[in-house]
Design a protein around this ligand. Sequence first.
Ligand code: TYD
Ligand code: MG
Length: 454
Amino acid sequence: MAKASSSFVCQNCGAAFNRWQGKCEACGEWNTLVEEAGDSAVPVSIRAKRRGRTFKLESLAGKSNDAPRLPSGMAELDRVTGGGFVRGSVLLVGGDPGIGKSTLLTQATSLMAKAGHRTVYISGEEAIAQVRLRAERLGLAAAPVELAAETSVEDIIATLSEGATPKLIVIDSIQTMWTDTVESAPGTVTQVRASAQALIRFAKKSGAAIILVGHVTKDGQIAGPRVVEHMVDAVLSFEGEGSQQFRILRSVKNRFGPTDEIGVFEMTGLGLREVSNPSELFLSERDLGSPGTAVFAGIEGTRPVLVELQALVAPSTLGTPRRAVVGWDSARLSMVLAVLEAHCGVKLSGYDVYFNVAGGLRINEPAADLAAAAALVSSLANSPLPTDAVYFGEISLSGAVRPVAQTPARLKEAAKLGFGRAVLPEQTRGDAPSDAGLSLQSVGGLTSLVADIA
Ligand code: TYD
Ligand code: MG
């Protein structure tokens, strides 16, 4: 019989090697390779003998009688999943420890249970008493959620196969689960992958929707949930700065819905509160009239979001000036700085530049370029921007301000929040509705914006 071969698996990315080495060649992390037993549960000699079973092929056109989605009752969560949980699907919720994953899912399962759906919460990390304590704090102790503190995937599947199939099962967390079919220790990539596989199979067979919780760890000691990402139907990431109350749920991958939606929550003493109007929240602590701040009219998924961009440009004493960015792409900042320097005569090479997106939001839209440039120039010139203005537009390497999509939605949100004017690309001016309720100032090139501010 063939000897069960072991391999060295990177605990960060899941790449396998046949000998130990200090650095994972796949992801570049150091000291992440751990020896794990091979995960082939069925010996090759048996596998080879099994003949294929024939099955019926279906036509693409045809009726699918799958139940529609199951809304959680939390509008912000449903927005990110694309309208609720899909029957038989598996969703991974990842995030730093302590960010509020268990809180979010306790709230979601309680709401669904109260609506009459059978929901099960399996905690592999906390004892039942702890889970109950949290529910009590949240005022949800009376919800008919079924609880267990278990870690064996076989036991969980055997238990849940009996009786009515649960509509939703939460596994908190996938890193604590283990299955008999592989020999490695719980928490290793092989275990996480095999456990996830078994649970995914159960979800497809039974029709229950399963949510796997995954901790993201930077040191690579515990298997990152990354290895599970490509196996599941959707990946949501729960983000936020530890020191701030805002939490953002972002969809990273979604087989059944959009991937650019965000859900916004606020962590309070009574759990997570949904924030249905994020612009108000992100602008709530605005420092009116100080130089270096500009309001960006952005779009997150289908929803317009206004957010304050803050820049500080200060003379540098260093040979290589500092560039520090929070909430935006640092390469994008470098590009905007280079364009300002090359085409607008704004000399920034002797200055440190600090850039921040207020409220802990992360911006990925190129449309933020114009607002970022306005904040930078305003800080350098020590001249505040008009407090009632919003900015949006992409900047090209030539210094032109390029058009962006969804102008009407951006303007509508700005008008709704009491802004009086919008600075926007010349070519999108035509998209603006005549009753926008704002005065529009179009710019064709960055030079004219700089001339206006300085
Ligand atoms: P938790 O959901 O346990 O985080 P995770 O499962 O992602 O590790 O939340 C932990 C943090 O949330 C903890 O620091 C306390 C805070 N919290 C509140 O501020 N209010 C609450 O009502 C609850 C339940 C937790
Ligand atoms: Mg937890």
